[in-house]
Design a protein around this ligand. Sequence first.
Ligand SMILES: *[C@@H]1O[C@H](CO)[C@@H](O)[C@H](O)[C@H]1NC(C)=O
Length: 256
Amino acid sequence: MAFSLHFLVIVSALIFSVLNPAQADTSSGSFIHSRAAYYPDSDDKGTEKGRCGYGSFGATMNNGYVADASDLYRDGVGCGACYQVRCTNSKDCSDEGVTIVITDQGSSDRTDFIMSKKAFRKMAQSTYSESSLLSQGTVDIEYRRVSCKYPNYNITVKIDESSDYPYYLAFVIWYQQGQNDITAVQLCETKNFNCKLLDRSYGSVFTTTSPPSGPLSLRMLLSGEDGDDKWVVPVNTIPENWKKGDIYDTGVQVAY
Ligand SMILES: *[C@@H]1O[C@H](CO)[C@@H](O)[C@H](O)[C@H]1NC(C)=O
């Protein structure tokens, strides 16, 4: 039984790859049609106030190529996800469009994204087209989920200012990488692997009252659209005397 099941998985994987040759590409999902608007008063930075909880880091994220998501916010699970977005009017729009990261929640008239002005302009194929897009305000787009890439950074944890050592721990996750969602976060005592599941307070902010003690090992559950779940356990721990405002490099990058 075990053998035949294994065999079946291999055969179906083969059939799948023959039928879907483009799946070898990392960002192979098909485009979904929608609409996007922009914040007229946004500058070339991202936002420090987004509902993903990135704070001041949000201003520098992805060089200001950021967006609010409406349904794609998904109660905060969508925070940090990257999308390739391109407008569809061939007169004004480039083929590649722009890759944005979700840092906030919001919607306009049937839009999936409200983009920073910088990101919105990036979809244009020329300076002339930029003004045309900007004057339209809301445009037809197509988008697909792509991998977030921060080659010079590991996934990083910033202890939130609302934390109160040792009773209450809140942190936000920076530089979420790859194409999967962080669907659960645990903290484990490194001595006895007593683990505690954290609450997603909002966006990318995770919290717990009475956190485990000692150096803490973080575990993140990464979930893909295909139902694939994988626990990632960073090499670095959060030190036992963690302090609010501190930033801890987890020591891992995630490529999937
Ligand atoms: C990422 O973590 C590794 C340890 O796992 C470390 O060697 C490397 O310097 C870190 N990279 C960055 C960019 O901080």
